[in-house]
Ligand binder design. Structure first.
Ligand code: NAD
Length: 298
């Protein structure tokens, strides 16, 4: 069993740290928000008063932070205090460039490191069923895998430094685009007098089948567990989808890739979030699509 420092005990980090405790690891956590460290303490996580004191006896360090600037800043702060044999893992969703900067900080201090963003949301974090997509050297991935297995059910080594973030960004661009496509199909079906269930029964077993339809249906009824049945409470907030679609656009620009639907999806989520819907589940985009027709007097 390992001694693990866990920095960032928010919606995802809190339950992930609790699962590491359940798996028998010693976990020392830190977050800037005292209420979150108190909640972690109740789940058996030891609490430190700073990130650098959390890491000093750790042989594994995990960060789960909002964005790339937080990761680079926290890694810059803690790397000098981390033991030389330790492994650094960043599970946040960040831009590829920041992920590579974090790897470089670790490499300079002769530490193994991986970027390992996740898919599966708060439900996956709580149930230890996350998918991890990892980037880094084989040796670092091999060391990280048993730790990640305590928090997830599928661990994929995607390639070198930054490859985990690249996979995450590409996956979520598919997700954002496909959720808009499914929302448009239901909005059109409503206007055509086709019932939600009829469209679902056909498309879920036809060539329109996709995760946004079959696991996360944006209308209430066909998939009882989808946020549409719970007034679009997240789930996965539209603000986070906007963040990931923006990362995809930045990545595309940086390498000269052209992703017109990814760009359009980002713009649609930007408008939706700017209208006060950042906290609404991303499947709530169907409301925005319906409103477009209403605004046309349709
Ligand atoms: P969150 O805002 O709930 O948690 C982030 C935590 O980091 C906060 O508690 C914040 O106080 C803490 N923090 C920020 N700066 C810090 C610092 N310098 N030192 C210590 N703590 C600091 O966010 P979340 O929902 O847990 O998401 C975390 C990451 O996971 C994000 O990158 C997000 O994009 C990604 N993600 C989230 C989901 C989801 O459904 N919530 C799903 C997949 C990936």
């Amino acid at each position: 069993m390992s001694t693990i420092a866990f920095i960032g005990l928010g919606n995802m980090g809190g339950p992930m740290a609790a699962n590491l405790v359940k798996a028998g690891h010693d976990v020392i956590g830190f977050d800037l928000v005292p209420a979150l460290t108190d909640a972690a303490k109740a789940n058996g996580v030891g609490v430190a008063d700073s990130a650098s004191s959390a890491v000093k006896d750790a042989n594994v360090v995990i960060t789960m932070l909002p964005a790339g600037k937080h990761v680079v800043s926290v890694w810059t702060d803690i790397v000098p205090s981390v033991a030389k044999s330790a492994l650094m893992i960043d599970c946040s969703t960040v831009d590829v460039e920041s992920a590579r900067q974090a790897h470089a900080l670790a490499r300079k201090a002769s530490l193994l490191s991986i970027d390992a963003p996740v898919s599966g949301g708060v439900g996956g974090a709580t149930g230890a069923t996350l998918t991890f997509m990892a980037g880094g050297e084989d040796k670092a991935f091999a060391a990280a895998k048993p730790i990640l297995e305590a928090m997830g059910k599928k661990i994929v080594h995607c390639g070198d430094a930054g490859a985990g973030q690249a996979a995450k960004i590409c996956n979520n661009m598919i997700l954002g685009i496909s959720m808009i496509a499914v929302g448009e199909a239901f909005a059109l079906a409503e206007k055509l007098g086709l019932s939600h269930q009829a469209l679902f029964d056909v498309a879920s077993t036809s060539s329109g089948q996709c995760w946004s339809l079959t696991s996360y249906c944006p209308v209430p009824g066909p998939v009882p567990s989808s946020p549409a049945n719970n007034d679009y409470k997240p789930g996965f907030a539209s603000a986070l989808m906007l963040k990931d679609l923006t990362l995809a656009q930045e990545a595309a620009t940086s390498v000269g890739a052209v992703t017109p639907l990814g760009q359009h999806a980002r713009d649609i989520y930007k408008t939706f979030a700017a209208a006060g819907n950042g906290g609404v589940d991303f499947s709530g985009i169907i409301r925005h699509i319906r409103a477009l027709a209403d605004n046309r007097g349709g």
